[in-house]
Design a protein around this ligand. Structure first.
Ligand code: GRF
Length: 200
C-alpha cells in the first residue's frame, strides 16, 4: 500500500537585499524529500536583488515597503495581511532588516526564525565579524534561532562554527561564514519541520 506523504512545512521568506540564504532555501526545497516548500518571498525593499531571483525560480513575490506606511504598526499590519493571504507555517527571516515588534511576533508565536552571522549570544546586532576580529576571537560562526521580542535572542535551532584564520578580514570571514549559513538554514528548517511540523 502506498504510504501517505507527510505534509510539507509552508514557508514565507522575508528579505531586504541579496537573498543568498533565501536561495539556499530554494535549492533545498527543490529536493522532493525536503520537508518544506516556499509559498512566498516578501521584501520590504522593492529593489532587493533576492526578489528577482525568487521570481526567476517561479516563487510568488510580494513587496511591503515600510516607506509606504506612516508608522511601524501600520507597516506591520500590512505585513501581517500579506502573510495571512499565504498562511505560512513558518516565517524565515533571511537578511530582513526591520526589527519586528513584540505584538507582531506574538501573532506568529513560535513560527518565526532568523539567521544571524555570529555564534549567539555573542555579537548580537550588526558588524559581527569586525567585532569578533577586533576581540581576537579564534572562532566565529552563525546561528539560526526562534525569534522573540528581544533582538537576536530566542532558542537556538542550529549553530555552525567557522575558524578565524590568520589574515582574515571582516569580508573574508563573512564569506566563509555565509557558506555555513547556507547549510545551517536548510538544516534548521528541517529540524522545525520534524519537531514542530505544519500548523494543521
Ligand atoms: C546574512 O549574513 C544573515 O546572517 C544576516 O544578513 C545576511 C543576509 O544575507 N541576517 P543574504 O541576503 O541572505 O545574502
Amino acid at each position: 500500500m502506498a504510504r501517505l506523504k507527510p505534509k510539507k512545512l509552508r514557508l514565507a521568506i522575508l528579505i531586504s537585499g541579496r537573498g543568498s540564504n533565501m536561495r539556499a532555501l530554494v535549492d533545498a526545497c527543490a529536493d522532493p524529500d525536503f520537508p518544506a516548500r516556499i509559498e512566498l518571498v516578501l521584501s520590504n525593499k522593492a529593489d532587493a536583488v533576492g526578489l528577482q531571483k525568487a521570481a526567476e525560480a517561479g516563487i510568488d513575490t510580494v513587496i511591503v515597503s515600510n516607506r509606504d506606511y506612516g508608522d511601524k504598526p501600520a507597516f506591520e499590519r500590512a505585513l501581517d495581511n500579506a502573510l495571512r493571504r499565504y498562511d505560512p507555517d513558518l516565517i524565515c527571516l533571511a537578511g530582513f532588516m526591520r526589527i519586528l515588534s513584540a505584538d507582531f511576533i506574538a501573532k506568529w508565536e513560535g513560527r518565526i526564525i532568523n539567521i544571524h552571522p555570529s555564534l549567539l549570544p555573542d555579537y548580537k546586532g550588526l558588524d559581527t565579524h569586525a567585532r569578533a576580529l577586533a576581540d581576537g576571537r579564534a572562532v566565529a560562526g552563525c546561528t539560526v534561532h526562534y525569534v522573540i521580542p528581544e533582538m537576536d535572542a530566542g532558542p537556538v535551532i542550529v549553530q555552525r562554527e567557522v575558524p578565524i584564520l590568520p589574515g582574515d578580514t571582516a569580508d573574508s570571514l563573512a564569506e566563509r561564514v555565509l557558506e555555513q549559513e547556507h547549510a545551517a538554514y536548510p538544516e534548521a528548517v528541517r529540524i522545525v519541520a520534524e519537531t514542530v511540523g505544519p500548523k494543521r
